[in-house]
Design a protein around this ligand. Structure first.
Ligand code: FAD
Ligand code: MG
Ligand code: MG
Length: 306
């Protein structure tokens, strides 16, 4: 698929989710969350910075939140394109989708899981991302602000960057949908249209999407940081008496584009053998990440730094 086809696919996926009727409360809440995110993109953001130019870039690290936001963003770009074509005096067939790849930025900041690196590479291809990866400065990794400073020097048309951050993330409670960066950061606008999303909304939409999900989540991880500070979420340990139950049977069974004879399993990416060796070190077993829906426990698998 080229970028136009991927965008149209994501538009149809989003509409299909919005058309679900009379199922769970989580689905109804997620539909509201999607409508608000769409409104931010189509009414507040795109009239100021065109997603069909290089004014907007997307920050992507392969995590579940930015993947959800990417699917919605691509769908909204298709809607924006359709609207602009409708206003034109020429027929739709004379309009070509103007972008071949989506400006995207990944900061290679921490020592990440090999599965996550594989996933960023495979989804970059799948979603036609033009992925900038920050370079290491003589072997030393740059801080996030330094890395974005370099990015902006190379992509000077960039005015704003989309971020998949949520209110429940650390230090995120007071963020705004559109806001400038802080003083100690390079100067651009932060676009944060996913702030109001809860963990349950993320899993509901992602599982329904039938898109590949990073394999690390299938191993009991709920929030992925560096290899050195991320463990499976202890609340998903199968030996716990109070382990959570699955809230998303409907989404998995009726996932987008799934045929009746298709495997009812969740579409997870393959776990890299380097990570398998790392994870199989312990005898503990964990439920997949999407069993956890309590936002306050999302980062319980992060090792506290002393
Ligand atoms: P995560 O869920 O891991 O990340 C939240 C989102 O941040 C992701 O969905 C993704 O869109 C983006 N992101 C995270 N890691 C990466 C990465 N390695 N490469 C690319 N994108 C990534 N903090 C400030 O204090 N002041 C600022 O002005 C500020 N500006 C920022 C501008 C941008 C474009 C970004 C990406 C971050 C900025 N931050 C800023 C940091 C931000 O608030 C989060 O702390 C940071 O994104 C890490 O998030 P997390 O690990 O807590 O959550
Ligand atoms: Mg996140
Ligand atoms: Mg992170």
């Amino acid at each position: 698929m080229d970028l136009g086809q991927v965008s149209e696919y994501c538009y149809n996926l989003t509409n299909s989710y919005l058309e679900i009727k009379n199922q769970t409360q989580v689905i109804a809440d997620t539909q509201d969350a999607i409508r608000l995110t769409k409104r931010y993109f189509l009414q507040d953001i795109f009239p100021r910075w065109s997603p069909l130019s290089c004014e907007i870039s997307f920050s992507y690290n392969g995590g579940k939140d930015c993947q959800v936001l990417l699917l919605l963003y691509l769908g909204c770009i298709w809607e924006f394109f359709l609207n602009s074509v409708q206003d034109s005096q020429y027929d739709r067939q004379y309009h070509q989708y103007p972008l071949r790849s989506l400006p995207t930025v990944f900061i290679d900041q921490e020592e990440t899981f090999a599965t996550m690196e594989d996933f960023v590479a495979s989804t970059s291809e799948r979603y036609c991302l033009s992925l900038y990866e920050s370079v290491r400065d003589e072997g030393k990794k740059l801080s996030m602000p330094e890395a974005f400073d370099q990015y902006l020097k190379l992509h000077s048309d960039t005015k704003a960057i989309v971020i998949g951050i949520r209110y429940t993330d650390p230090y995120a409670a007071d963020l705004k949908t559109i806001q400038p960066t802080d003083d100690d950061w390079p100067d651009f606008l932060r676009l944060q249209p996913l702030l109001h999303w809860k963990l349950s909304n993320i899993w509901s939409f992602l599982l329904f999407s039938n898109e590949p999900i990073c394999g690390i989540y299938g191993m009991g991880f709920t929030s992925i940081g560096s290899i050195k500070n991320t463990l499976p979420n202890p609340h998903l340990n199968v030996d716990r008496k109070d382990k959570p139950s699955l809230l998303f049977q409907w989404e998995i069974a009726h996932a987008f584009g799934k045929t009746d004879d298709q495997d009812p399993e969740v579409n997870v990416s393959q776990v890299n053998h380097k990570d398998l060796a790392l994870l199989n070190n312990s005898n503990e077993k964990y439920l997949p990440g999407w069993y956890l829906t309590d936002d306050s426990l999302e980062r319980a698998g992060r090792v506290k730094r002393c």
